[in-house]
Design a protein around this ligand. Structure first.
Ligand code: BTN
Length: 321
């Protein structure tokens, strides 16, 4: 666990890890991605073999919008979101003090709506982002984060970015398969101050185990990139995301989500499609998805008229799903 304020050092820290052994095959995960570990009842056998190149990451952030950000990389933790929400409760406030915590493995990763998030075949990290705004002004933030992520992937590889769609409120998908999930938790720090803890799980490759656990088809960036370098691309992707998130943060603080709504709509995977909104498996509403408004609400055309849906704990599904 990060001691309060420990991320203010300005350095990228790297955790020390396991003794990695030989690669093994694990379903859809390419061999070079997964290493054997000694079997133990409380531990999944796989951790990724790729590593974040902290020097390269530092260089990429230094020349980008995230130049003031700090990053730490750890081998394993319960949940990077849990870690940072805990740290934010006591962290000293700084208007620009964004901090990233990356974990190669989470033992209790959290997804939306209380679901677990394994994400062994992906980048899993959280950003503690101070926002000098009242809680009521965070509307649309989760959509803004999804958009920043999609645009970061486009920065890294045009072919990849061109295929990424957004599923309200903030899933990234490729051809209907989930590429990334975002979980935002907030920690109030005063009347006009809130820490947004933005957790991101981005699949690098498809992971059969996780598909089974989530009950959803998944996508991975590797399959959609022009070429994928397992050693360098996770670092490039992380840097691009941090730089895009930093830019998004500035824009969001100044103007909110509204000026981003058109870019979001251009990637809307369900635009004008029949959809259902679910909560805990129960259908709450059905209609045609008509995009989003300036607060990030979904516009749902129903027989009763146009409804504006706030994200909360609602899931969107295609009407056929
Ligand atoms: C979703 O359910 O779609 C959101 C998944 C978010 C997972 C990420 S992985 C890094 C961060 N730490 C967590 O415990 N969850 C988020």
């Amino acid at each position: 666990m990060l001691p309060a304020g420990a991320w203010r050092s300005g350095a990228i820290r790297h955790g020390h890890g396991y003794n990695l052994a030989r690669p093994r095959n694990a379903g859809l995960i390419p061999e070079f991605f997964v290493f054997d570990m000694p079997a133990s009842p409380d531990r999944s056998p796989s951790v990724p073999v790729w590593r974040i190149d902290t020097d390269a990451l530092h260089r990429a952030l230094a020349i980008g919008d995230a130049h003031a950000w700090t990053v730490e990389v750890v081998e394993e933790t319960g949940s990077t979101n849990a870690d940072l929400t805990q740290s934010c409760r006591t962290a000293p406030w700084s208007d620009d003090g964004c901090h990233v915590r990356v974990a190669y493995r989470q033992t209790a990763g959290r997804g939306r709506q209380g679901r677990p998030w394994q994400g062994q075949a992906g980048l899993t990290f959280s950003v503690a982002m101070p926002l000098a705004l009242p809680l009521s002004r965070l509307s649309g933030l989760s959509l803004a984060v999804g958009l920043a992520l999609a645009e970061a992937l486009e920065d890294v590889d045009h072919a990849l970015g061109a295929r990424v769609g957004l599923k309200w409120p903030n899933d990234l998908q490729i051809d209907g398969r989930k590429l990334a999930g975002i979980l935002i938790e907030s920690v109030p720090a005063g009347p006009q101050r809130v820490w947004a803890v933005i957790g991101i799980g981005l699949n690098l490759v498809r992971d059969a185990q996780m598909e089974a656990a989530l009950g959803r088809d998944l996508a991975g960036v590797a399959e959609a990139m022009t070429t994928f370098d397992a050693q360098q691309d996770p670092t490039r992707i992380l840097a691009a995301i941090a730089n895009r998130l930093a830019r998004m943060r500035n824009d969001f603080l100044a103007h909110g989500f509204a000026p981003m709504a058109a870019r979001w709509s251009a990637r809307d995977a369900f635009r004008d499609e029949p959809v259902r909104l679910l909560h805990d498996g129960t259908v709450l509403a059905e209609g045609l998805a008509r995009g989003v408004d300036g607060d990030g609400h979904l516009l749902l055309e129903t027989p009763e008229g146009l409804q504006r849906i706030a994200s909360g704990e609602v899931s969107l599904r295609g009407a056929q799903a």
